[in-house]
Write a protein that binds this ligand. Structure first.
Ligand SMILES: NC(=O)c1ccc[n+]([C@@H]2O[C@H](COP(=O)([O-])OP(=O)(O)OC[C@H]3O[C@@H](n4cnc5c(N)ncnc54)[C@H](O)[C@@H]3O)[C@@H](O)[C@H]2O)c1
Length: 316
């Protein structure tokens, strides 16, 4: 049985990936349960993962290279998914240091350990934010990056570090640029769960740029199935977008959520354009399909239905 190491396993994407992969692989999840958002949801995700005996967990800060090296030596993974990181666009203006440490620095440490241990494959979670605002759509991987915030800059630096550290190593690597991932147990700092919480708690939510931004929302199960396929793909040294390639206007998403949740109105407050945010994300998944074949992306209405159903069930 292949052994897989996943960083950020108590986070939104790492959790879903670990849950799926531990059905057929031996998985170790690593996370430091930082307090960027509520630890309650991280603990809940971990408690779900712990139900599977193929899954084990170690609470560790990836910046602690020596401790991490011990995990590599003991568990001996063949595949490493580096999903941990400091996300969030707006917070990156407030605390850029956290991004340097938890994105750039940890990527250097984890990728170097992969090289040292001749890991078969290293897979990295990058972001569509590296593109910033573009003039042409859909956005292809070769488009010139145009970071608008410190978060995006640390993702670009991380990508470069991976090429530098692993180019001449025995470790194959893939870099995926995720476009706004959503789904059950989603991040409470992102729009969909923020909105669901505001409906539940009858609180006001800000609608940045008067709801006129477009986002290429991508359902978590689709992301996980692509990451899973990548384990056995004989491709390396590639950067690929993961997106549905069908952006939706925030105002339309709001209407959809209200209808599916079953409420008529919410306390929305329109605000101006927010510095650092992109106006429109709309990625091309042509390259992804070239390497992974035909992918059936989940329709946004269906994805939102699942997300709201789970939200009502678990109250998170
Ligand atoms: N969710 C999205 O839409 C999206 C889009 C693009 C890129 N990404 C990237 O995907 C990755 C996962 O995102 P997510 O939405 O699951 O975020 P998340 O915050 O839910 O998960 C990240 C996890 O990493 C852990 N972590 C952070 N720094 C750590 C460290 N130094 N040591 C150990 N653990 C640490 C956190 O505690 C957290 O549980 C991130 O790198 C993010 O930048 C996410």
């Amino acid at each position: 049985m292949k052994k897989i190491l996943i960083t950020g396993s108590s986070g939104f994407i790492g959790f879903h990936l670990a849950k799926n992969l531990s059905k057929i692989y031996k998985v170790i999840g690593l996370d430091n349960h930082n307090n960027y958002y509520s630890k309650k949801i991280k603990k809940k995700r971990l408690s779900i993962l712990k139900k599977n005996e193929n899954f084990s967990f170690k609470k560790i800060d990836l910046k602690n290279k020596n401790e991490l090296e011990k995990v590599f030596n003991k568990f001996k993974p063949s595949i490493v998914f580096h999903i941990a990181g400091q996300p969030g666009v707006l917070y990156s203006f407030k605390n850029p240091k956290s991004y340097k440490l938890n994105n750039t620095r940890t990527t250097d440490i984890v990728s170097n350990l992969c090289k040292k241990n001749n890991i078969e494959k290293f897979i990295f979670a990058s972001s569509s934010s590296v593109y910033g605002d573009q003039k042409k759509f859909p956005i292809k991987e070769h488009f010139k990056v145009n970071p608008k915030n410190p978060y995006a800059k640390t993702k670009i630096e991380s990508e470069k570090i991976i090429f530098k550290n692993l180019k001449k190593s025995k470790t194959d690597f893939l870099i995926f640029r995720f476009f706004t991932v959503y789904g059950s147990f989603g991040r409470p700092d992102m729009f969909i769960h923020k909105f669901l919480n505001s409906i539940k708690n009858k609180k006001t939510i800000k609608l940045h740029n008067k709801g006129m931004n477009f986002r290429d929302f991508t359902y978590i199960d689709d992301v996980v199935s692509i990451l899973k396929m990548s384990i056995n793909k004989k491709i390396s040294k590639k950067i690929l977008n993961i997106c549905r390639s069908k952006p939706i206007l925030t105002l339309d998403l709001v209407k959809m959520i209200l209808k599916i949740y079953g409420v008529k109105k919410a306390n929305l407050r329109e605000t101006k354009f927010v510095k650092g945010e992109m106006l429109k994300t709309h990625g091309s998944n042509k390259n992804l399909r070239k390497y992974f074949g035909k992918i059936k992306f989940t329709d946004i209405k269906k994805g939102i239905k699942y997300t709201i159903k789970n939200y009502k069930l678990h109250k998170m």
